[in-house]
Design a protein around this ligand. Sequence first.
Ligand code: ZN
Length: 345
Amino acid sequence: MKAVVFYEHGGLEQVQVAEVGVPEIGAEDVLVQVKAAALNRLDLWVLAGWPSLKLHLPHILGSDGAGVIAQMGANVTGWAVGDRVAINPTLSCGRCRFCVAGQDNLCDSMAIMGEHAPGFYAEYQRVPARNLLKLPEGSSFETAAAASLVYVTAWHSLVKRGRLQAGEDVLIVGAGGGVNTAAIQIAHLAGARRIIVVGSNGEKLARAGELGATHLINRNEEDWGKAVFKLTERQGVDVVVDNVGAATYAGSLRALRKGGRLLTVGNTSGPQFAFDNRVIFGKHLEIIGSTMGPQSDFAEVMGLVFSGRLAPTIDAIYPLAETPAALRRLEAGDVVGKLIVNCEL
Ligand code: ZN
């Protein structure tokens, strides 16, 4: 089968379309014929690699996929060949204390498809049956792939870990990026009062407004910290979504009101930085981290995607063979919404 792989860590010059074997499935798995996959910044970080990331090479990239079941493992029940499926990319053991408690994104052997395990830029992929969700006839493979990783991540962070309530004020730092655009929609759906988005790109900020942001701040034009205080009667916001990290954390902590929560699932500007601890205890702040989401959250948020109440923005669709070009566009950053790969073309 055709797949988009790399044989060595590095830059995008390492990515190639190759002929590889169709994965063999275990008794608890299904083989999915991948119809659509979606790009994430994670692809570029996996390609670059980090010291603790040990992969079987060549590695197939792509954490988001959707398709139809082509083959079933011996112990799989409740599914049939030909079923349309959405796929939760978080792999878990199903047996450890976290999995038994329904917290499978905390699994002792948690892994993410496309990151630690083979991904979806391929004609077929092996998926554990417990990661599947039925994809209704009215929902496209492209929408399911575009939504999976970013919506479960944003839903788990804002709604479950972050306890976002109707009437609260939310600040989202960064107008682009799949998790942030999902966070805007989820905050809107949850009934947040003010949804303030800070960004530097006019086009991305305009899109944030279309998705439900109530206030847009261009950080190239004004001091965003001051602007947030002005918008909130100098009180600050209840919740900040900060997946930027080094460049913005100090400002994000200052932008919180007393008792506020800072939610984080990543760091696009760097993981290590200093901040003034006095702001944490002095204002009774919480810093709440999470990664991905359990299968129950995946089912919950994808139900909202299937019903159209949450809708990922799709920028462009590429044939599988042109995935390297799509990755170059992602790296350049000139993207509003998700880039999709059609794995049948
Ligand atoms: Zn487990």
